[in-house]
Design a protein around this ligand. Sequence first.
Ligand SMILES: Nc1ncnc2c1ncn2[C@@H]1O[C@H](COP(=O)(O)OP(=O)(O)O)[C@@H](O)[C@H]1O
Ligand SMILES: [Mg+2]
Length: 236
Amino acid sequence: MSDPLVSANGIDVAYGDLQVLWDVSVEITDEDRVVALVGPNGAGKTTLLKALSGLRPLAGGSIELFGADAAALRPDQIVERGFVHVPEARNLFTEMTVEENLEMGAYTKRAEQAATMAEVFELFPVLDERRTQRAGTLSGGEQQMLAIGRGLMAKPDVLALDELSVGLAPQFVDRVFEKVAAISEDITVLLTEQHVHEALELADRGYVLENGRIVAEDDADALLESDRVQDAYLSG
Ligand SMILES: Nc1ncnc2c1ncn2[C@@H]1O[C@H](COP(=O)(O)OP(=O)(O)O)[C@@H](O)[C@H]1O
Ligand SMILES: [Mg+2]
């Protein structure tokens, strides 16, 4: 077994008095290509990604990132070490161009900016065509690709993608998932999704989070076939 790239070890997270994650343990190794974190709205998926990114403090447990205790790291240091989180809200700079948004993503890896941008444009030709267009004028699918591209500019070892498919038309969902498959050839991807079937088809491994607790973890194929996932997410 290889050393984990990322591990959350029994973490608790609260917003004020409201505890929303309970004893959550998740491990990602460099043998993983795509790990899916699935569960209903409000389960705590985004909160877990925020904790891993250093954006939410822990009320209990610990997080290790690339061999270091994450408690000692600032969010920008977590990015620099290689854990990059593309947030659900995308947080694009809508008045800035595609190219400028990508430049912002490279703030920890300036020296490699031009080469990385060329790779991003190769992966997303639509962004290359629109490099001088303002981000706010892109379609939803294009904005999602830009958000992913901006994440890639930080040259992550682990790319966490929160609810990629939210608000996208079905044909865009397929296209974005195809891009994720391509990215995962080089970079380990941690994916949260409410499209449980699609996410588990893409993933090698998955975790099911319900009410702030991990209730199942397994190979993605096994999870897809499991009664828990079939009954809760895939019936009807
Ligand atoms: N900023 C916040 N303040 C208070 N409660 C929050 C905040 N963000 C999320 N929550 C609560 O935490 C729980 C988990 O939310 P979240 O992590 O966004 O779930 P998911 O991403 O799985 O939909 C929910 O009950 C949500 O209402
Ligand atoms: Mg969420």
